[in-house]
Design a protein around this ligand. Structure first.
Ligand code: 5AD
Ligand code: SF4
Length: 480
């Protein structure tokens, strides 16, 4: 008896990704059996919260689910397996997950073989997992950001054990390559170039939930993009919490600008984007690569967070208002038509009216093409959470409204400047409201709607921007 058991254990591969392919096969058997009992295919829905990094992770989960035999659907209340890929960057993201879990519990009561899985950044917070264990017993599996590649293994454990499976790692230095992944779009894709973050901005939970910074090997990145391009992908978005510090931790260090030069050479690839850039690490070398590149989109997301040097210091951002403005000036000199976007936090502890006006001043000076504005959210465990001088809610709300108005007015004025120009759009879809139109994305990341057909999806088309509608355009295709 002993002998057989040992043999069985020996058959499980210990190396990755082979081990996960083994568990994918195992899960496939379980899914086939349940599906035969129910006499219908099993369905799964992956619901993504948060950033592009999470969206990319969800594609990896979807790739594995499809291999296992699930049919993917969008509606969570109709799915046999629902996964929430969570975000915890602000408290309201957490609240939304608890709310939706409550609703899902009612569905699960009527559908007992339904599975509910939770993963993503929120799961890396111990108090969240405690709460789930106590009050959300109907959840079936919980895993974190560091071991997402183990999804099939965690699911197999759940199939075998019939009880809640929790697998969370505190941190990792490992990157597992070559797992399945399913793209949401055929013509564009996110590509992780690094994971984690070492910046420790004082308000931000990300370094605690995504771990230390580690870069993927450039050869793996290039190979992935070459395969994507061969598969018809025209545009890639290189993803990392701080892409400007790419490559510093590699055995053979390499800069982000050097990586971009390599990506540029890939045949068939037409557009390169990247996110997110930390101003403190944006090099002259990168600006030069952006200036000379034929493929890098003229769009830069450059989070400022605050315009007040005092607040920036308390945020541990490691640049001043003047340094930020100087950087913007340098980029605009090199790439005059660059579209700049940003993130801004309002109501950081001790922010005074004067500090806030410095932020408005930066907004007016830079004239962003768009900006994501956030109300400061206290994240337990971050240095800012215990700072004195939290700003009263009504004051924050008032500042937020004033900021939003300023940002929107400027953004629509900037948008209008391009009226009448001809620009290239990558067609993404048939327009949701009017099927005679298609929707394309311009290099500056804005959308244009113009008469077209679904055959144009995935193609780059020159479009005349006839009318600016504030933050998108109505246009018409023009002959090259
Ligand atoms: N409160 C509000 N906004 C935050 N962000 C990150 N942490 C917080 C927080 N605690 C914002 C930052 C960041 C974006 C992704 O989310 O602006 O750039
Ligand atoms: Fe993305 Fe940060 Fe939210 Fe995680 S916490 S999903 S890294 S924004």
């Amino acid at each position: 008896m002993m002998q057989t058991n040992e043999n069985a254990i020996e058959h499980i591969p210990v190396t990755e990704p082979e081990r996960q392919y083994y568990f994918i096969e195992k899960c496939k058997d379980y899914v086939r059996k349940i599906s035969e009992e129910l006499r219908r295919p099993l369905t799964a829905a992956v619901i993504t919260f948060g950033c592009q990094m999470n969206a990319r992770d969800s594609e990896k989960l979807t790739g594995i689910l499809e291999k296992i035999g699930y049919t993917m659907i969008d509606q969570e209340e109709k799915a046999d397996f629902v996964i929430y890929n969570t975000c915890t960057v602000r408290e309201n993201a957490n609240q939304r997950v608890y709310g939706r879990l409550g609703q899902l519990n009612r569905v699960k009561r009527k559908n007992p073989h339904m599975l509910i899985g939770l993963c993503g950044c929120m799961m890396q917070e111990p108090h969240v997992v405690e709460k789930l264990k106590k009050s959300y017993r109907f959840v079936d599996l919980i895993f974190g950001t560091h071991n997402i590649y183990k999804f099939a293994e965690v699911l197999a454990t759940r199939f075998e054990s019939e009880r809640m499976v929790i697998d969370i790692w505190k941190d990792t230095d490992r990157i597992v390559e070559d797992l399945p992944s399913e793209r949401k779009y055929s013509f564009k894709s996110g590509v992780n170039i690094m994971f984690g973050c070492n910046n420790f901005c004082s308000y931000c939970i990300v370094p605690y939930v995504r771990g230390r910074e580690r870069s993927r090997n450039p050869r793996d990145i290039i190979r992935e993009i070459e395969n994507l391009a061969a598969d018809g992908v025209k545009e890639v978005m290189l993803l990392g919490q701080n892409v400007n510090s790419y490559g510093k931790t590699l055995e053979e260090p390499m800069t982000f600008a050097e990586l971009l030069r390599e990506v540029e050479k890939i045949d068939g690839l037409e557009r390169i984007r990247f996110m997110t850039s930390h101003p403190k690490d944006l090099s002259d070398e990168l600006i030069e690569v952006m200036r000379t590149s034929k493929k890098i989109c003229h769009h830069l997301h450059l989070p400022v967070q605050s315009g007040s040097t005092e607040i920036l210091k308390k945020m541990n951002r490691r640049y001043t208002k003047e340094q930020y403005l100087e950087l913007v000036h340098k980029i605009r000199e090199a790439v005059p038509d660059i579209s700049l976007t940003t993130d801004i936090i309002v109501g950081f502890p001790q922010e005074t009216e004067e500090d806030f006006e410095e932020t408005l001043d930066v907004v007016r000076k830079v004239r962003y093409d768009s900006a994501f504005t956030f109300i400061y959210s206290k994240r337990t465990g971050t240095p800012a959470a215990v700072m004195e001088g939290q700003v009263p809610e009504d004051v924050v709300k008032d500042r937020f409204d004033r900021l939003l108005k300023e940002v929107q007015t400027i953004a629509s004025e900037e948008c209008a400047k391009h009226e009448g120009t001809i620009q290239t759009a990558l067609v993404e879809q048939v327009n949701e409201h009017d099927p005679s139109l298609v929707t394309g994305r311009l290099g500056n990341n804005l959308l244009v709607h113009f008469p077209g057909t679904k055959e144009q999806i995935g193609k780059l088309i020159d479009v005349k921007l006839l009318e600016c509608k504030g933050f998108y355009y109505i246009g018409e295709a023009v002959e090259k």
